[in-house]
Design a protein around this ligand. Structure first.
Ligand code: ZN
Ligand code: ZN
Length: 360
């Protein structure tokens, strides 16, 4: 199990944050550090090691905590993080850090009162670790992406993308297929956008019917073992018109440039610029209205952000999406998105559905 290794990596960050213990209250971060999948938990990570660290949940999860977190001393207490903060003296903690990017102002006051000492801001430490995936996580993401590929292939084989079906029907069909392939559910609300709707980046499927000649943009993912996959494909129902073909070729070129720029050490803003430059040189920069991509893992959107305003560089082991899009309001839009692992020798694709323009 990689959980002790993850906690040990977090401990290594504590001195730099100026604290000797961190109160982890973000539930996704708790899951990352312990493997606990329940809906209420907090964790005190002590610089002194796992022996001085404590996991806390409430009575409903006593059995589950024993099974999922057998390697940490567990406190069963409904007040959660408050009970952990109260251990400051017992565990000889001098500077207790808290996730100031996750805790509300009111919750902070409650925790500080329970601790009896001032708390210290320590935002983003676990997120920083989560950005670089370990082997177990890459495997989970690989499984999630494979489910997405299989579900889309099944939908196309069954003739599920056809004129007369509604966006909502097709989206549901795709989600059912992901479940049938082992997903616990969709990774997020499926975007299925036909015709002019494809020009809306985050269109919600409606009752409107698919029609011959439509661009159909499908952005979807599977949730497998807590990990999210994310892929977008844009197809044409029937023969593509010249403008659709041209738009597709432009986005495909931008996407390839973005993928090629995923070299460890490259600033995230440069990765974004590599793809955006292709679109800008074609005079369509204004129609590429979002960032290039994002990290993906226990959350559908997590660090790093591949965007012009993003900070830092891509590192080997990060799992990110590359998803340029060009949207012509009232006509249609194209987005092509893959999920990739950043590697030293070049990125590894986890999503394998063809990137050629499909006419179905
Ligand atoms: Zn997506
Ligand atoms: Zn995405």
């Amino acid at each position: 199990m990689s959980f002790p290794a993850r906690r040990s990596a977090l401990r290594a960050l504590l001195p730099g944050a100026g604290v000797d213990a961190l109160l982890v209250t973000d539930l996704v971060n708790v899951r990352y550090l312990t493997g606990f999948t329940g809906s209420n938990a907090s964790l005190l990570v002590h610089a002194g090691g796992d022996g001085a660290s404590r996991f806390c949940t409430d009575g409903r999860y006593r059995t589950q905590a024993a099974a999922e977190v057998p390697d940490l001393e567990t406190v069963i207490d409904r007040s959660g993080a408050q009970a952990l903060a109260a251990l400051v003296a017992t565990l000889r903690i001098e500077r207790l850090g808290f996730e100031s990017d996750a805790v509300t102002v009111d919750a902070h006051d409650v925790l500080a009162e329970a601790a009896g000492v001032p708390l210290h801001r320590a935002p983003g430490l676990v997120q920083r670790l989560r950005a670089v995936k370990d082997a177990d996580e890459v495997e989970a993401l690989r499984r999630a992406c494979a489910v997405g590929d299989a579900a889309l292939a099944g939908l196309l084989d069954a003739g599920g993308l056809a004129p007369g079906r509604t966006e909502r029907e097709v989206a549901l069909d795709l989600e059912d297929r992901m479940r049938a392939h082992g997903a616990s559910g969709p990774a997020f609300e499926t975007i299925l956008a036909a015709g002019a709707h494809s020009a809306v980046p985050h269109h919600r499927p409606t009752g409107s019917e698919l029609r011959a000649g439509d661009l159909v943009k499908i952005d979807f993912g599977a949730l497998v073992d807590g990990y999210h996959s994310d892929m977008t494909r844009t197809l044409v129902l029937g023969r593509a018109a010249a403008w659709q073909r041209e738009l597709y070729a432009l986005v495909a070129e931008a996407q390839a440039a973005g993928r090629a720029a995923l070299v460890p050490g490259t600033a995230v803003a440069h990765v974004d610029a590599a793809a955006r430059g292709v679109v800008e040189r074609a005079g369509r920069g204004e129609e590429f209205v979002h960032g290039l991509g994002h990290g993906v893992g226990l959350q559908i959107h997590e660090a790093p952000s591949l965007a012009a305003a993003g900070t830092g560089a891509v590192e080997a082991g990060m799992v990110v999406t590359v998803e340029p899009g060009v949207y012509l309001p009232g006509r249609g839009g194209v987005r092509i998105e893959d999920t990739l692992v950043v590697r030293d020798g070049g990125p590894e694709l986890l999503t394998h559905t063809t990137r050629e323009l499909l006419e179905v």
